[in-house]
Write a protein that binds this ligand. Sequence first.
Ligand code: FES
Ligand SMILES: [Fe+2]
Length: 376
Amino acid sequence: MNPLRLDIDADIRRAWTPPAAFYGDPAFYALQLERVFAATWQALPELATAHAGSASGARPFRLLPGSLDEPLLHSLLAEGAANTRERLLSNVCTHRGHLLCAEHNPGPQLRCRYHGRRFGLNGELIAAPGFEGAQAFPSASDNLPALPLERLGPVRFTSLAPEVDFSAWSAGAERLAPLLARPHCFDADSAADFEIEAHWALYVDNYLEGFHIPFVHPELAGVLDPGGYATELLPHGVLQTARAAEGDVVLELPADHPDADARLAAYYLWLLPGTMLNVYPWGLSLNVVEPLGPRRTRVRFLPFVAEPSLRSRGAGGPLDVVEAQDEEVVEAVAEGLRARLYGRGRYAPAHELGVHHFHRMLAKRLDSGGRERSMA
Ligand code: FES
Ligand SMILES: [Fe+2]
């Protein structure tokens, strides 16, 4: 049996794109969840709105619902009027594994309904009824496991088992820092989730090249300078920049910033595997790509507004139109990849550097002993 491998040549001029079977094989999909999603940092859309109006308590949510599905709790501990600490905890009782909270818990303690074990909002075990006589008990592993909580601008991140720390993973995001540091307001009314019939990496592939813009997005192409599109490869991501068309609205950057004079219409920062930070003059559009199966994906759109008056202007203006156009081409590719007469393709060396870089990252994580592990 031939193990499924990506086998992406390091030289884009010679390389072939991943075999079509990659974008649908169930065993290979399971391996991607373990080696790519569990090992990297994920944006937390749930924390954009969490705890509105509540000072203290714990709110349950799932990390990557529909794939990793890890039950977590975001807890806030009020420590005096001005001081609130937050934690990201496992929502699984350390006794025999019952889920701890089914809904928002406003109180100062979490109580497991199975055998009454109680935890503080910081995850520490407070009481374990019936455990008299248990030896070496309690220990640190009887507390709820805590996950790291990091941030880029208004967006929060965590990781179950990070292969690198957050600053290494987000290297390159410094370029966006002055814009991400603006005060942002989450616009819940304009946030939306879409589900598409396609493997998650097809959505990312499409995001990582501006090659298709003149063909697929006429409205967007009209506000960009056709010669001003650039792609930079980062250790764990890709940064694309687009120069604004003459006279159109541009990103305001400090005078000492390397892009101060570049007249940028947008930064498009992708971080492995599914985080997209699109920075426009009006603010930040966070896109989160969440796998739902080997051929199904949820894409979440979360707008964080910094300059409401610029909302409809420039590259960040026609977002709904652009999104619908992208979904259509991604689903058409998903269908094409199921054809018997398609195997794999080639990269356009001047335009598909980001896509190639992404596929190399995947190959590095998936090609070593991949099939054996996923079948185990
Ligand atoms: S599983 Fe929670 S107390 Fe037993
Ligand atoms: Fe697009």
